[in-house]
Design a protein around this ligand. Structure first.
Ligand SMILES: Cc1cc2nc3c(=O)[nH]c(=O)nc-3n(C[C@H](O)[C@H](O)[C@H](O)COP(=O)(O)OP(=O)(O)OC[C@H]3O[C@@H](n4cnc5c(N)ncnc54)[C@H](O)[C@@H]3O)c2cc1C
Length: 466
């Protein structure tokens, strides 16, 4: 794998998969890498072999289309491959990858990052109790293995995902105890004009709602889960009416799906020098890139949710734009796809993201004793004390308390920490950027990262004469 590729694509979701397809069609030598076993990314995730005969959803159809197009294309797909570091070496990029338990290096002239998003879960009392899973994470369970989070589940969170997850649980035979969403009906009414351009998606949403209403599942608008009950496992949840600030209904349940929108995975782009900006309508901090993915960094292109949360339809279209642009810039003959379809899809995506971002008062749900950084077991009080003693940036809190140095690399705590810094220092969230990213981008065994290192090879200078 040491031969120079024209283009490497990190991520095989709707964005990366389409970027690789278009670039390979132009004649470029393309390699696409993803840590998942099959292309499709989060939304078009492939099912495990044992459930291939499961009911077909629009996501399955779209994913199967991408997988079969890729298998017929000239692009090389490296599955189960983690990219854990990327370096610029002269006129090419070197990607350090972990594959089959060993580290290797891939080189390319141009690099397309299509690394997607991760979800944000607002820390609340009890959110680390077994039985609580991420709202977006729950979709991976359904898609890959058709399994359910529990027997009776409360589904709570922002945006359309909460209704998709609730109706999928019902479709797979589970019971939904309640749907709890910080969004109000008025929030949804405001988003409707931007949704009209995507009638198929609008109709799907209407079906999810109809199913929940017919099944008499309680839907609590303008509410949030304020506390998870249970010591060794979830036994119930309490809610709060966000507008009135008073306790709402409680529900007995054995599982909770909890999520507050998605955040772009920007670490790789940031590490390679792409500028970042704060745009809440795209999920927070995002790298700066043109609609066709070009950046100010030579040979670096970005597409999909990794450069702003716009949804799967926009990600696929932007992948096509970025693949074509990267190929053209290397002198290959690739088409110039129109930008308008992407612009239409991104209008819808932005409206959904606006509904999905955490409620303005969300971090008030994080009490002093609530764990904020799971890896280092740091509570809100621990973080707040650090801020009070002068750590007024995410880098400073990371240095002082190790928040962000655990196995997740800060992926789950940094948004909450930034909100606490902003609140305690009277800054806007847009004045509190994420910490400086450092490799590894993904966990890698130390022995593999060190390579063929031998202590005996260390050049140890002779001791100075006494
Ligand atoms: C957990 C989760 C579940 C979601 N479920 C839904 C859903 O059910 N319906 C819906 O409409 N939207 C869903 N979304 C949003 C949806 O995923 C996106 O809108 C869409 O998939 C964006 O496509 P993409 O190609 O930009 O990114 P993705 O589809 O996220 O693809 C990115 C790919 O990059 C790979 N990757 C990232 N970093 C590395 C690395 N360092 N090394 C190797 N591989 C890497 C990942 O494995 C992933 O396959 C979900 C998002 C998340 C985070």
């Amino acid at each position: 794998m040491s031969d120079l590729n024209d283009i490497a694509v990190v991520g095989a979701g709707p964005a990366g998969g389409n970027a690789a397809l278009v670039a390979a069609q132009s004649g470029a030598r393309v390699v696409m890498l993803d840590e998942q076993p099959a292309p499709g990314g989060q939304v078009w995730r492939g099912k495990t072999a044992s459930i291939l005969l499961a009911p077909v959803t629009p996501e399955t159809t779209a994913g199967n289309g991408l997988r079969s197009a890729l298998s017929e294309s000239a692009a090389t797909h490296l599955a189960d491959t983690r990219v854990w570091d990327i370096l610029r070496n002269g006129d090419h990029w070197s990607l350090q990858i972990l594959r089959n338990g060993a580290t290797e290096q891939i080189t390319c002239r141009s690099l397309i990052l299509a690394t997607g998003a991760r979800e944000y879960v607002q820390p609340i009392p009890g959110w680390t109790t077994p039985g609580v899973i991420g709202l977006a994470g729950a979709t991976s369970l359904f898609k890959q293995t058709l399994s359910l989070p529990g027997k009776r589940t409360v589904v709570s969170g922002t945006g359309p995902l909460v209704f998709f997850v609730a109706s999928e649980i019902r479709r797979l035979g589970g019971e939904v105890a309640a749907v709890i969403t910080p969004n109000t009906r008025a929030d949804w009414a405001r988003a409707t004009p931007s949704m009209i351009g995507q009638p198929k998606l609008l109709a799907r949403g209407a079906l999810w709602m109809a199913d929940l209403i017919l099944a008499r599942v309680p839907i609590l608008w303008g509410h949030a889960v304020s506390e998870v009950e249970g010591r060794d496992h979830v036994t119930g949840i309490k809610t709060i009416n966000l507008k009135r600030g008073v306790a709402g209904l409680s529900f007995a349940t054995d599982s909770l799906c909890l999520g507050n929108g998605l955040i772009a995975q920007i670490e790789a782009a940031q590490m390679l020098g792409a500028a970042i900006r704060y745009d809440p309508s795209l999920g927070g901090w995002v790298p700066v890139a043109d609609p066709d993915g070009a950046t100010k960094v030579d040979g670096l292109y970005l597409c999909g949710d990794g450069c702003g949360i716009r949804g799967a339809a926009a990600a696929a279209l932007q992948g096509t734009l970025a693949g074509a642009r990267a190929a053209r810039d290397l002198g290959f003959s690739a088409p110039s796809p129109p930008v308008r379809p992407w612009q239409r899809a991104e209008r819808f995506g932005r409206a959904m993201t606006a509904l999905s971002i955490p409620h303005a008062d969300a971090h008030a749900l994080t009490t002093q004793d609530t764990i904020v950084c799971r890896c280092e077991s740091l509570s809100r009080r621990d973080i707040s004390t650090e801020i009070t003693t002068g750590a007024t940036s995410t880098n400073a809190v990371k240095s002082g308390k190790r928040a962000g140095m655990g196995p997740c690399g800060g992926k789950y705590c940094q948004t909450a920490i930034a909100a606490l810094i902003a609140e305690q220092t009277d800054k806007s969230t847009s004045d509190v950027p994420p910490p400086t990213p450092r490799p590894p981008l993904r966990p890698v065994p130390l022995g593999q990262a060190a390579g063929d290192f031998d202590y005996d090879d260390l050049p140890i200078p002779k001791p100075a004469p006494l």
